[in-house]
Design a protein around this ligand. Structure first.
Ligand SMILES: Cc1ncc(COP(=O)(O)O)c(C=O)c1O
Length: 420
């Protein structure tokens, strides 16, 4: 099936230097996007430009200081556009999503009292589980763990509804599973949480390269993502509702500014990575502008246009992948496989093989130039509940720079295993 993005893919791929890599005489196939995507040259250039031309700390009263501050202000605007927020000061940066969540969870936990509860899910990446569990332990409050449905690895909505109650202070939920690709109905969950008086922290790390993040449509209070999962460098991003972010007490040093966003950004940030994160957002916006034929399209509209094209393109790839995997008898896929429900999943697929562990599969594919992931990818509760520890599953992550030919190469390798 051809989609509006398909004709652009060769040009887009050409922007990613890493994708030109060859292994054993064949093009390398990067199916490791969920662990970190490759970056376009514009991201590399932006980081290099920052370090070459305007590297300075905040507030320097000299040209590079001013240029750096102006650029970093634009980074906040760019990332606000990326998550659909109006206020650039609602965006904070940090080392990665995990570190931001640990720090933020401690600050939020200061408001919890005995008798309170929080809700986390067994489907989430551990970075949206353990920081909350430890904060709850320190505050002496109860944690409710929400089950998922083993048949399709989607959240058990009856269970989450039952576990959100008048004592709930926080619901921590992922936008999409980094293991099985299912998209959670975050808006519905946020509405239930708010009706009960709880706040909502969404983990959009896995979702962000696949779909438009929209904090208003999701109705959440806080949302975290990581630029290295959406074609940028290694840096974490935290968005939070201004009123809440202002009213909460952050763990910070005394001389650091008490206003937004500084109070949530401890120490000196990786300014070069922030510049790269902006370039990643602009790379995506560039896709939207190109498709719309309008170089002046505002960034948020351009991002919307980009994802409108990325979603069906990725769906065409994952449809092919899942159809091909269904023909390999020794493979069992975990997650949504019914094509009529592909709107509820992103293009991340995990599976087991009857005779090979995920590490054996990843190693074999890796030796043939196909880069996948194995183990539990920190979706530890999910892997345990499915009975897959310690070997986990093989994960194939498709993003928009992947192609149908790459999917076919993977399937051919997996089919070959059947005869061995
Ligand atoms: C869904 C999800 N949440 C959180 C994380 C942690 O992100 P970071 O590496 O930025 O701490 C990951 C990383 O793989 C992830 O996939």
């Amino acid at each position: 099936m051809s989609t509006p993005l398909a004709p652009l893919i060769p040009d887009l791929r050409a922007q990613f230097p890493a994708l030109a890599r060859r292994e054993n005489g064949q093009p390398a196939v990067f199916l490791d996007g969920p662990a970190g995507t490759q970056v376009p040259q514009s991201v590399i250039d932006a980081m290099s430009h920052y370090l070459s031309h305007c590297s300075a700390n905040h507030g320097g009263q000299f040209p590079t200081g001013r240029e750096s501050d102006a650029l970093l202000d634009e980074v906040h605007r760019g990332l606000a556009d990326f998550v659909g927020a109006d206020d650039p000061e609602e965006i904070a940066f940090g080392q990665n999503m995990t570190s931001l969540t640990f720090a933020f969870s401690r600050a939020l936990a200061r408001t919890w009292k005995p008798g309170d509860e929080i809700v986390v899910t067994l489907l989430d990446h551990d970075a949206n589980v353990t920081p909350w569990v430890l904060a709850a332990r320190d505050a002496g409050i109860k944690v409710q763990f929400v089950r998922f449905r083993s048949e399709d690895c989607t959240l058990d909505l009856d269970d989450i509804r039952a576990k959100i109650n008048g004592r709930s202070k926080l619901v921590a939920v992922g936008c999409a599973s980094n293991a099985t690709g299912g998209i959670n109905p975050v808006r519905q969950i946020a509405d239930w949480a708010h009706e009960a008086g709880a706040l909502v922290f969404a983990d959009a790390v896995h979702f962000a390269p696949h779909g438009l993040v929209d904090v208003k449509a999701l109705g959440v209070d806080f949302l975290a993502c990581s630029a290295y999962k959406f074609f940028g460098p290694h840096i974490g991003v935290l968005w939070g509702n201004r009123k809440l972010m202002e009213s909460m007490e952050a763990y910070k040093v005394r001389p650091a500014n008490d206003s937004l966003p500084s109070k949530w950004m401890t120490g000196t940030q990786s300014h070069e990575s922030m510049s790269g994160a902006l370039a990643a957002v602009d790379y995506l916006a560039g896709i939207g502008r190109h498709l719309a034929g309008n170089a002046a399209l505002p960034r948020r509209n351009a991002l919307t246009a980009a994802y409108e094209a990325i979603v069906p393109y990725e769906r065409s790839l994952v449809s092919r992948l899942l159809a091909g995997l269904a023909e390999v008898p020794e493979i069992k896929v975990f997650g949504i496989t019914d094509p009529s429900r592909f709107g509820e999943r992103v293009a991340t697929v995990s599976f087991t093989h009857q005779r090979f562990t995920s590490a054996q599969l990843a190693e074999r594919l890796g030796s043939r130039g196909i880069f996948t992931w194995h183990g539990n990818y920190y979706a530890l509760n999910l892997s345990e509940q499915l009975g897959h520890e310690p070997h986990g599953m093989l994960r194939v992550g498709l993003v928009h720079y992947n192609t149908a030919e790459e999917v076919e190469r993977l399937l051919a390798e997996l089919r070959q295993l059947e005869s061995q």
